[in-house]
Design a protein around this ligand. Structure first.
Ligand SMILES: *Cc1c(COP(=O)(O)O)cnc(C)c1O
Length: 347
């Protein structure tokens, strides 16, 4: 990757941008006995009357301690969705550039491309749900700025093989974004340990799934110092609110609670997979490396409606490529999973 030049990939307007400097950016030393009359806040204390730390230093320090990265290698956002949007805005020129996605996959990559007027080149996974590495690399050109790899992939629930991912990162001339929303349910190793090897790599994670904090909206972006400093220039100053910073820090401070929950979910996943195999109209249960199970049934639209009628909402993926008649079941609590299996057996 010696010939990689980040500067050539960053949009010109972003390179020229003078970031907005917020009050709390200009004076950082927030200590108890200072008088803050710089941000037009209401002085009466209620816990959230002050603007949040725009650099989220306490939260970042905790993440760095847990993940073995430096603060200059991370950017936090209002969910992964905001992080992904920042990546589009940094690297993709509207009405000119495009991205590569590998359907069936997470729908937000395409939505964000459409919002930002960026083209989408779709290269379907093969019938084993693995990336067609040669075809992807051959299709790439100077306008394909981003390649999205979701591993473990939603909705197929498999992780891509390390050697395939490695070939893609090495061979792709733009930026490779690995979405690791489900990495904590997988035995596969996170790619954040490889950031030092690949200047064109971005890894995203989230507190929405394994960490049980979908409601707080915290997305984490890991990349080289250079990429992070580009993204920092365009992020809204107070993009991670005070409540999110507090709740996230609390949760990250009890990692043993998080891992206990993950273990319980994995145990339920294995049980659910075995039970699903016994349902008469289930034709295939795909192996899962995440907290959901993709299942092929005789008639997905019919089974989806029948489950709704029994008060159980699942995700119908039948319109997705390679997912004809597939339903996606999130692994719930033991009670919820028993309800699902009982309902399926009654159909
Ligand atoms: C759920 C999910 C996310 C999470 O997005 P947030 O905005 O952080 O909640 C990201 N990527 C994939 C593939 C997901 O399935």
């Amino acid at each position: 990757m010696e010939d990689f030049s980040l500067d050539e990939l960053v949009r010109d307007n972003i390179k020229r941008l003078k970031p907005y400097s917020s009050a709390r950016d200009e004076y950082k030393g927030v200590t108890g006995d200072m008088v803050f009359l710089d941000a037009n806040e209401n002085p009466f204390e209620n816990g959230v009357n002050r603007y949040p730390d725009p650099q989220q230093r306490d939260l970042k320090a905790k993440i760095c301690e847990l993940k073995g990265v430096t603060e200059a290698q991370i950017l936090l956002g209002n969910g992964s969705d905001e992080v992904l949007d920042l990546i589009f805005r940094a690297f993709c020129e509207p009405n000119k550039d495009c991205i590569i996605t590998l359907p069936p996959t997470y729908g937000m990559y395409e939505v964000l491309a459409n919002v930002n007027a960026i083209g989408v080149l779709k290269i379907e996974l093969d019938d084993q749900f693995n990336p067609k590495v040669d075809e992807i690399l051959q299709s790439a050109n100077e306008s394909t700025k981003l390649l999205f790899l979701c591993s473990p992939n939603n909705p197929t629930s498999n992780s891509f093989e390390a050697k395939d991912i490695e070939r893609l990162i090495s061979g792709f001339k733009g930026i490779v974004v690995i979405d690791e929303a489900y990495i904590d349910f997988s035995n596969a190793e996170s790619w954040i340990s490889r950031l030092v090897d690949y200047p064109n790599l971005i890894v995203t994670q989230t507190l929405s799934k394994a960490y049980g904090m979908a409601g707080v909206r915290l997305g984490i972006c890991y990349a080289s110092n250079k990429i992070i400093s580009v993204l920092n220039r365009i992020k809204p100053p107070y993009n991670v609110n005070a409540l999110t910073q507090i709740k996230s820090l609390e949760r990250l401070s009890v990692p043993e609670e998080v891992s206990t929950e993950i273990q319980r979910i994995l145990k339920q996943r294995d049980w659910l997979s075995l039970e699903l195999e016994t349902i008469s109209f289930v034709t295939h249960v795909y192996p899962s490396d995440a907290n959901f199970i993709l299942v092929k049934v005789d008639d997905a639209n019919r089974r989806y409606s029948e489950l709704i009628a029994k008060g159980i909402v699942v995700r119908n993926r039948t319109t997705q490529p390679l997912c004809e008649n597939c339903l996606r079941f999130t692994v719930g609590s033991q009670i919820e999973n028993i309800k699902l299996i009982t309902a399926l057996k009654e159909l």
